[in-house]
Design a protein around this ligand. Structure first.
Ligand code: PLP
Length: 465
């Protein structure tokens, strides 16, 4: 098959098969080199821009040379986030089958909007959605929207909450908006993730709608203070499974029961922490999670699916659809939500369920449990190695997050910079309870004990200078 239009340059590769093979070669070579290269090299933005830049090309180019040009331009600016020693933010890698599935999804070019555009994408998401609910301990009857990530999942969950609590108050927010509506109280921990605030802004609540609740020293919500903050309806309670600093999970059973006694909708942000439910060793942290009304979870963090991939679950599928639905008639005769496009913020979108299905098929129930367990075990190993070298560990390592300091804030920040420049591993700094810490997140399926030992040794070496 010949690609048209043909550019003015000599064709290096003249069909799509060769082009995809070459792309796969480049991607695989990148992955193969991840374990040995510096995790993040200092990249000069001006050099990168120049490599990508210059004037807007006047005419077409040969696809094969476009690919080579892209690979050359990008290479100095690629960060080994998919590799085994990237411990910054909360970042997963990408499992082999999930990566390949996303390549197929691009090749198939399926639109994930609905089952008419892609019966295959719809079926994959239905099956993967059911698998996810089972793994995460959520009700089998919940709806599952395949969204771009935790931000979108929190926005969808809070949109469903908004619909429900205002409908109960006799207000149709989809038709009439928020002007003149009863004021909705949003009760949320001071330790909520920043994406909750952005969702509240986007949904028209404004961040001043938040009634802040104190957190315990470990970062989980203070349930007594939650009780104090609860008031009259309409109200929404935001809980969290997996604090980005400490990994702490709210006492979901107590908090859900309390919130429901006050007639609140409960949304749980479990971007990475919800995965603790899939591992028998950590499942107790998520006790009571199933009692909530909506949940946000990420695929591209702990499940190690390529970007972008998250899940918006809702215990009340009809509420989910009424808040988000693309059109008014969203129910089929069977009382089921008709389309995946009624559960996500996008209409046309990548068929991202294929990669999720592939990751779950590759790992199975035991593989997911083992992945979560291993990351937690490696986080404890990391903390122990740093503590043995003189670090103060600020958190109880209940999950995959570790906070470490080696003295005052200035010293800790200087150490973070030194670690990032050294390139053995990558991690960021954070402020926790008024002090600066190194923040370590172990979320990658590739990370081994040797990676942790090598990284801890590098950190201790740099700390000793
Ligand atoms: C990462 C994270 C988010 C945001 O998720 P994205 O996928 O980056 O949009 C929200 N909440 C928590 C607790 C997170 O860790």
């Amino acid at each position: 098959m010949s690609l048209r239009p043909r550019g003015p340059t000599v064709a290096l590769v003249d069909d799509l098969r060769d082009l995809l093979t070459r792309a796969a070669e480049l991607a695989a070579a990148h992955r193969a080199g991840l374990a040995d290269r510096p995790v993040a090299r200092p990249a000069d933005p001006a050099v990168l821009r120049a490599a990508f830049g210059g004037p807007l090309p006047a005419g077409p180019a040969d696809p094969a040379s476009v690919l080579e040009e892209l690979a050359r331009a990008a290479e100095p600016g690629l960060v080994a986030t998919a590799g085994p020693r990237f411990f910054g933010f909360v970042i997963g890698g990408a499992l082999p089958a999930a990566t390949a599935a996303d390549v197929l999804a691009a090749g198939w070019d399926q639109n994930g909007f609905n089952a008419v555009l892609s019966p295959a994408a719809a079926a994959a998401e239905e099956v993967a959605g059911a698998w996810l609910k089972e793994l995460l301990g959520l009700p089998a009857t919940a709806s599952a929207g395949f969204v771009t990530g935790g931000q979108a999942a929190n926005t969808v969950g809070l949109a469903a909450a908004r619909h429900h609590v205002l409908a109960e108050a006799g207000w149709d927010v989809e038709r009439d908006g928020l002007a003149g509506a009863p004021r909705v109280r949003v009760v949320a921990s001071e330790e909520r993730h920043a994406t909750i605030d952005r969702a509240l802004r986007l949904l028209g609540f404004g961040t001043r709608a938040v009634e802040p609740v104190r957190a315990r020293p470990d970062g989980a919500i203070d349930v007594q203070d939650l009780e104090r903050a609860l008031g009259d309806r309409p109200q929404i309670v935001c809980l969290q499974a997996g604090n980005v600093n400490t990994g702490a999970c709210d006492d979901l059973r107590t908090a859900c029961e309390l919130a429901h006694r006050h007639g609140a909708w409960v949304h749980v942000d479990g971007a990475f922490g919800l995965w603790a439910a899939a591992n028998p060793g950590t499942a107790a942290l998520l006790d009571g999670a199933e009692l909530a009304d909506s949940w946000a979870c990420d695929g591209h963090k702990w499940l190690n699916v390529p970007y972008d991939s998250g899940f918006a679950f809702c215990a009340h599928p009809e509420v989910h659809a009424e808040a988000i639905a693309y059109r008014a008639a969203y129910l089929t005769g069977a009382g089921e939500v008709s389309g995946m496009g009624d559960l996500t913020l996008e209409s046309s979108r990548r068929a991202r369920g294929f990669a999720v299905w592939a990751a779950l098929r590759e790992l199975g129930r035991d593989g997911v449990a083992e992945l979560v367990d291993r990351c937690c075990r490696l986080a404890r190993r990391f903390a122990a190695a740093l503590a043995a070298g003189g670090a103060e560990i600020a958190n109880d390592v209940v999950l995959n997050q570790v906070l470490a300091s080696f003295g005052d804030d200035a010293r800790t920040d200087a150490l973070v910079r030194a670690i990032q420049l050294d390139g053995t591993c990558w991690l960021g700094g954070t402020t926790w309870r008024g002090r600066r810490y190194l923040r370590i997140s172990v979320s990658n399926w590739l990370t081994t004990e040797a990676d942790v030992d090598r990284s801890a040794a590098a950190i201790l070496r740099l700390a000793g200078r």
